[in-house]
Design a protein around this ligand. Sequence first.
Ligand code: SF4
Length: 473
Amino acid sequence: MATTKITKEQWAESDGYLARLREENANFASAYGRPRYAHTETYGCQQNVNDTERIRGMLKRAGFEFTDDAEKADLVIYNTCAVRENAEQRVFGRLGILKHIKEQRPGMLVAVCGCMVQQEHITEKIKKVHDHVDLIFGTHALWRMPELLYRAIHENGVVVDITDSDGAIAEDVPILRDKDEKAWVSVMYGCNNFCTYCIVPYVRGRERSREPEDIMAEIRCLVKSGTTEISLLGQNVNSYGKDLGLDIDFADLLRMVNDIEGVRRIRFMTSHPKDLSDKLIYTIRDCDKVCKQLHLPLQSGSNKILKQMNRHYTREQYLEKIEKIKREIPGITLTTDIIVGFPTETTEDFYETLDILKAVRYDSIFSFIYSRRVGTPAAKLDFVLKDEEIHRNFDEMLEVQNQICKEKNLEYEGRVETVLVDGVSKTDKNLMTGRTDGGKIVNFRGTPDMQGKYIDILITHAKQWSLEGEIAK
Ligand code: SF4
């Protein structure tokens, strides 16, 4: 399906609903002596975080203020994830709690959006079990939220929009970001890969790339407002541009961002190993602003399991790419994703994965026990290992990786690293947090005015998950 843009006229119609809501919210504030409060909660990946930033951007334009306390909110929005079952269970749990809160505050509005509700069986369950939910909208309806919210306020009964408008990109939706110094910028949406365990292509649709000039315009605008670190985001950024017909790929895009004055650091995720080209490796190596950090999901080290996962690479091909990356970019920080307990996985398969962890020595891994997702091909496969065996393997893997993490972090002791300061402790205003070029977390004593600045830190102590340091003389 060809990529299309939501037209200016279509967005203007949506924006018109934001204007109506703004007027109503102003009337509300005059009548009650307080603004209307919205509370948003995000589950799942960075793409969802980015979507919530758009939701908050629209709500701000509509005159809502924000609260961290769901009990005080006039509008609660859960932006949900479908990748693992426990994220879905948490949302159902939260909805159950909210039912009692809403009984005390009948004017409260409850909305559920995102990947979870893009699955019809989930939306049906919410309608049946949680009749206090007023609005349900899927991933494709995000830009239509203003109208849907307006209708939910004015109509009786639940408003639902989970229609699949695959292939559309909405450029004009306002964004409200939490941090000033760094920002995630979506470069593409959806995925064409259909890994057999993954629900993403079903709930987020096929790959569609944003046009480069739209991405550049967003980044230039961010730089003007003080952002210096840009993270480019997509389910599989290495496919960027294939649908545009513009003779541009992700490596070209990285170079374009690298040329923007005022950008100091560039990160990106996620890369599919099968699409990671030599050109991209050289681009990471040669572009001074592109951080020397790569997240390259392995998922399994067994060729049999990789085939059943539909990953389109073998362990040998994956290791060849890692070897090349390490050769071209010495000292690069490497991270990965691993699934333990995929159906049909044996203990021998698991040990093949463990062998790769030991060989590559990742700086950190994101590991998960396989979660069966209704509608995916893997959901029909049988398990070989028992639950307790899967958990035992999982624990063994963590033990091995924890040791590697600690050893890798020890290599930093005595080095001076430049960190972008992006956090301050809640309990001690002089305890600052920053990240190195490779993405390592560094804690050090400083002052709150360092937030958003690049500071040289002498690393004095390595912990398993982070580094400690002091301001370099
Ligand atoms: S590449 Fe595979 S795991 Fe990643 S989003 Fe696409 S289908 Fe899911």
